[in-house]
Design a protein around this ligand. Structure first.
Ligand code: GLA
Length: 382
């Protein structure tokens, strides 16, 4: 099979390096949030020391200056509530305010995690019935980002369904109300706290998330460190572009780059797809042990600039045939990013018809100059 791709309207395929704000954005999530999250690598074993090391590494590797500013503690930091209902961290996190201060002292932002249910997914204490109290606590600790994960709230939804068999929206409405409640509680603190919904795309959060103050929402179930799962998520995002924009983003889940179970090309595919999707870029690896290849993927300035482009438009699928998948993302200044993905087990060749050159096996960012009134005509073949 041969596929012709004519690119007639672009001035240039070259992608300029856009400037990425040094210490985050002024408006919350003006561009897709960037940072690090503890879950994909440390899962339920994360400690205060791991989080501090991640913060140190964001600075020493240059990732902070490349835009990765959020340091997010995911599930399993929670301890028990006291007699007044105040939630305390567990023994792995001696002092959350001190941790927040440390993160801020590095020019970074502090993220935390909870659930609208009684329990989180890892069965730690959730926020049900304590929303306003928890939001105030987060603000007092200097929290800048909350990931709010549905988890055990499923039980409440099932109950609502059983109690209202004639109302098909009972569970959905209860869930939206729970997310609204925390959104309102965060707003009431007066502290700008990025609000990240995590309910795996149930009932199309892209349609109701922005209205209740969400800055991003997961669109699918969890990613894992495998090519199959990563592309299943990434390529399922077609059609969602119109719901993303400054302040509110689709979230196809956190990055697995550097966690070791994909090849370098597969991680490049992961990063390329995520930047074309204007996805939040939350690294999920151990930043203290990064290979040069991982570093180069996570810190590729041109890739990051595609993600963070000021136009704030998510990309979408242009064309798919078999294992060839072509995605484009509109960029500011009349530019466009184009991704040619090869999902097959064999390599494909790209040739430039007018230059009569075989570009060989391509990966990463492709740069070419299109002459006045000209064209770049590419053929991707098996
Ligand atoms: C869910 C979320 C994950 C992670 C875990 C923590 O599975 O989707 O991203 O937060 O919970 O328990």
């Amino acid at each position: 099979m041969r596929v012709l791709i004519g690119v007639f309207t672009m001035l240039s395929l070259a992608v300029m390096v856009a400037s990425v704000p040094l210490f985050g954005q002024t408006k919350v999530a003006a561009t897709p949030p960037m940072g690090w999250n503890s879950w994909n690598h440390f899962a339920g074993h994360v400690t205060d020391a791991d989080v501090r090391s991640a913060a140190d590494s964001l600075v020493s590797t240059g990732m902070r200056n490349a835009g990765y500013v959020y340091v997010n503690v995911d599930d399993t930091w929670q301890g028990k509530r006291d007699a007044e209902g105040v939630l305390h961290p567990n023994e792995r996190f001696p002092d959350m305010k001190a941790l927040g201060d440390y993160i801020h002292s590095k020019g970074l932002k502090f993220g935390i995690y909870s659930s609208p249910g009684a329990q989180t997914c890892a069965h730690y204490e959730g926020s049900l019935g304590h929303e306003a109290q928890d939001a105030k606590l987060y603000a007092a600790w200097g929290v800048d980002f909350l990931k709010y994960d549905l988890c055990s709230f499923h039980d409440n939804m099932r109950k609502a369904e059983a109690e209202h068999p004639d109302d098909p929206s009972a569970a959905k409405n209860l869930m939206i109300a729970a997310y609204r409640k925390m959104g309102d509680a965060l707003k009431a603190t007066g502290r700008p706290i990025l609000y990240s919904l995590c309910q795996y795309g149930v009932d199309q959060p892209w349609k109701w998330g922005p209205e209740l103050g969400a800055n991003m929402w997961r669109t699918t179930d969890d990613i894992d460190d495998s090519y199959g799962r990563m592309i299943a998520i990434g390529f399922s995002q077609a059609g969602l572009a119109k719901y993303a924009g400054p302040g509110h983003w689709n979230d196809p889940d956190m990055l697995e780059v550097g966690n070791g179970k994909m090849t370098e090309d597969e991680y490049k595919t992961h990063m390329s797809l995520w930047v074309l999707l204007a996805a939040p870029l939350l690294a999920g690896n151990d930043l203290t042990k990064m290979s040069e290849a991982d570093r180069n993927i996570l810190m590729n300035k041109e890739a990051i600039a595609i993600d963070q482009d000021s136009l704030g438009k998510q990309g979408d699928r242009l064309y798919e045939s078999g294992d060839l998948d072509v995605w484009t993302k509109p960029l500011s200044g009349g530019r466009v990013a184009v991704g040619l993905f090869n999902r097959s087990w064999s390599t494909r060749d790209v040739s430039d018809v007018w230059k009569q050159t075989d570009l060989g096996h391509r990966s990463g960012v492709f740069t070419s100059r299109i002459p006045k009134h000209g064209v770049t005509l590419l053929v991707v073949s098996k």
